[in-house]
Design a binder for this molecule. Structure first.
Ligand SMILES: [Zn+2]
Ligand SMILES: [Zn+2]
Length: 126
């Protein structure tokens, strides 16, 4: 029965470690679940996962995915939005400022207009 108790403790430990790793990336709960289910592999997952963070292109610090201003160097970050090619369904990320413009799909080379941002028609000189 001892082996059961030991492995249970190890699993609990893995859950806690994964939760701590995940918490740094804003995904503490997910990290804990990963650790509980996958044990040591969960920790690995949590370590490799970028979570909902991204790297600031200016200072290389981890910042929140939706941040428009870096909390470390105060640089303005352009928001990346997910678009989907209407032809082949390939997903890609474009800068928010490109929405409404024509985007070329890297996979099938179809040129399509990214949805959203209809503000282009209501320019200041209108
Ligand atoms: Zn920064
Ligand atoms: Zn495509």
């Amino acid at each position: 029965m001892e082996i059961f108790i030991i492995s249970f403790c190890v699993w609990m430990f893995c859950g806690i470690v994964s939760a701590m790793v995940g918490a740094k990336k804003g995904e503490g709960c997910l990290g804990f679940i990963l650790g509980m289910f996958l044990g040591p592999f969960g920790i690995l997952f949590a370590l490799l996962s970028k979570g909902n963070r991204k790297t600031c292109p200016f200072c290389k610090e981890m910042i929140h995915q939706d941040a428009s201003v870096c909390s470390h160097c105060r640089s303005a970050i352009e928001k990346m939005l997910e678009v989907r090619c209407p032809t082949c369904g390939e997903r890609g990320q474009v800068r928010a400022s490109l929405l409404g413009d024509c985007i070329e799909c890297p996979k099938c080379e179809t040129v399509f207009s990214a949805p959203g941002r209809s503000s282009r028609s209501s320019s200041p000189n209108a």
